[in-house]
Design a protein around this ligand. Sequence first.
Ligand code: ADP
Length: 318
Amino acid sequence: PTIPRPVCKRNSRRSAGTSIRAMMGTDPIRDWICGEGGASKITRISPVGGGCINTALRYDTDAETFFVKTNRDVGPAMFEAEAAGLQAMFATGTIRVPKPFKVGALPGRGSYIIMEHINMGTSRGGQAELGRQLALMHKAGKTDKGFGFEMDNTIGSTPQPNPWTSDWVTFFQEHRLRYQLQLAEKQYRDYDIAEKGQRLVEKLPYLFQGVGDIQPCLLHGDLWSGNIAADEKGAPVILDPACYYGHHEAEFGMSWCAGFGSSFYNAYFEVIPKQPGTVSHMWANYLVGKRQSKGRVRHSKQNLPASSYHQPVEDELV
Ligand code: ADP
């Protein structure tokens, strides 16, 4: 449904000294849109479906259209972190992300974020282009501060600490696995998973043996299908991030519900080749071994998808 809206009062005749806020009342979203946002009239506000956490609205105006999310239960910190993540990805000039404009508190309680509205297309866009542009973002999004992010954020509504850490394995052990295991243990009292998780945390350094130099890359951090779309021209768009700087393949942590196909991975690894010791590389080796054991391997790289054309794999085959 569409909610009819009053126009902004910005154009009403007032003396220059009159406070705009006093004039406009207590709607900071409308105030921003009709102030810095450059609109003089909000023509329509419509709800947008598809989100998991927040109330989403589309604001049509006589200037541009804005996308707004509000949350009555949390202060601005959650949206400030979302805006920082969107801004960091936007600044890479690679894959399309909405430009964030404004975050603030709602009167009473709650908070809001205003960002660029993107007209989404009906298709999900090309998988290969998504893989290529995501890899370009990973390549462009660099920092010399280490692994982490400029602030803590949330993944869904679960808190996620991002203190700058010089070493990837330590960061992943402490601030991803151990932290989330502790939350799960506290909330669900599942001691079995906590104990298994603890063993994984301890084994992590062994799993990373042989992995070369790991550079922090800007990650979307919550890349599941609900956060992947395409604009009207079919160009990929990624939304609602939980950004941090991490190992680039950590981006595939949500791939179990992202629906990435082989064309996605092939395009991704053409930009950032597989590196020895990483999961993708081990997986390619595993597949080769499996095919060999079934006697189905002809000694040619044509048997592998393009994404597996890493030198050591080829060496095993030829
Ligand atoms: P939540 O934080 O509640 O999970 P999302 O950020 O996923 O909400 O947004 C909800 C829905 O709104 C998305 O599924 C998407 O379809 C749409 N959406 C998100 N960002 C934009 C945008 N900038 N422009 C247009 N539509 C958007």
